[in-house]
Design a protein around this ligand. Sequence first.
Ligand SMILES: Cc1ncc(COP(=O)(O)O)c(C=O)c1O
Length: 455
Amino acid sequence: MKPSNPAKNTSKNSRVKKNLPKKIQFFSQKTIRQLAQICTLPAYVYSEKKLQQAATELQAMPHAYGLTLRFAIKADPNKNLLTLFDKRGLHFLASSTYETERILLAGIAASKILITSQEPIDAPSLRRFLKQGAEVSISSLYQLLSYAKAKIITQKTPITLRLNIDSPVDIHYKTNVSGRTSSFGIWHEHIASCLKIASQYKLHITRLHIHAASGINSSQWLGCAKAAFKILHHFPEVRTLNLGGGFKARRDSLDIRSDIKKIGTEVKQIFIAFYAKHGRKLALEIEPGGFLTAEAGVLLAQVADIVTTGPASQGGRNFLKLNAGMNDLIRPSLYGSRHEISLIPMQPRNIKEKLQTKHYIVVGHCCENGDLFTPEKGNPNIHESIKLPLAKTGDYVLIGAAGGYGSALSSNYNSFPLAAEYLLASDGQLLCIRKRQTLQQITGNEIRQNLGLLA
Ligand SMILES: Cc1ncc(COP(=O)(O)O)c(C=O)c1O
């Protein structure tokens, strides 16, 4: 019988680990076993050193006339990460009212926040944010007109427009936010309408904001930057060009990480050329989320069960079921994204056992066939088996580069509590930065309140 969900075997590709390396992600095996003893599993564990390194790398990006580095907090909004980046001088991008409140609650100055929201922001909140010094990136004609009509934005407000400029991006449609199939930003053919509203309400558009997609390669990122310059002549008052995030982190051994220095060097030339031609110096802004966090975090879980559906010759598979799932890390199920997976035996193995390996499909604990950790690249509908050391229940499984959009996208599906988060500080101290959620917290808002009879 033809298998309903074909599985691929990756024994030939570079994801295969013949022997367990001494260092897995940024941990030694000893540290992982220690972490597993101390932490409530499953757990997210971040390395402060790696977070700092990513920030340093991005802050050193070559630029012509100034660089502002914003952290897109959607990638991981834990306040410990926010304050860590704040101390390093980063600014922030909030994607909702709640994210904005969260940054403010962390004690960060409003003047460091740029807010861009799919949903129009309610008037009292937006008024308050702007009064405190935050800025807003307007991402639809409706937002522009309604904020102007309500006098939330006036001629004194520096206005940022988020534009959809139909950038040349070829990537999983779920992470591509540009082009005619995407609702993000004001479609570039509507620039004339923006200018009309701006002129009617005497608004000053001082920043353009273009974020095209996530996890794109360097040439696509540069392609988007070049496309942005083609529409700049419409906006003579613009002094800052925010080119978004989207840099590619290395989540899987096949991923090619963005070369920030190279991108910066090329982008700098474009800024210089623009100044030479138009006499306008533009400051650069970037706002990565994944690149700042992904490689700095892992999801540490355990093998909860091992099942087989018979020999591979008959279409059978071996499954490792973890005590974590799509509720903790949904990226593989959502986008077919692959993260390096390592298995660390709970107990050290003898030499003979150490040599034994097996192919497994790694799945989560949710009651959902789509809950998997080993999809074919870019295709959440197809399993790929990976070669791992022979597994036993209780063994530790480390899912790498899970720091960005891992915890942030987690849910209470199947009523699993949100995982705890830990930070391995640069001085070697292990800090718990979020406790595991309790069942009381999950059910705490469930009530039965009579709101009266409807007519
Ligand atoms: C407007 C905006 N800026 C920045 C980012 C961060 O993107 P990334 O995590 O790919 O760097 C996103 C993510 O979707 C975004 O929507």
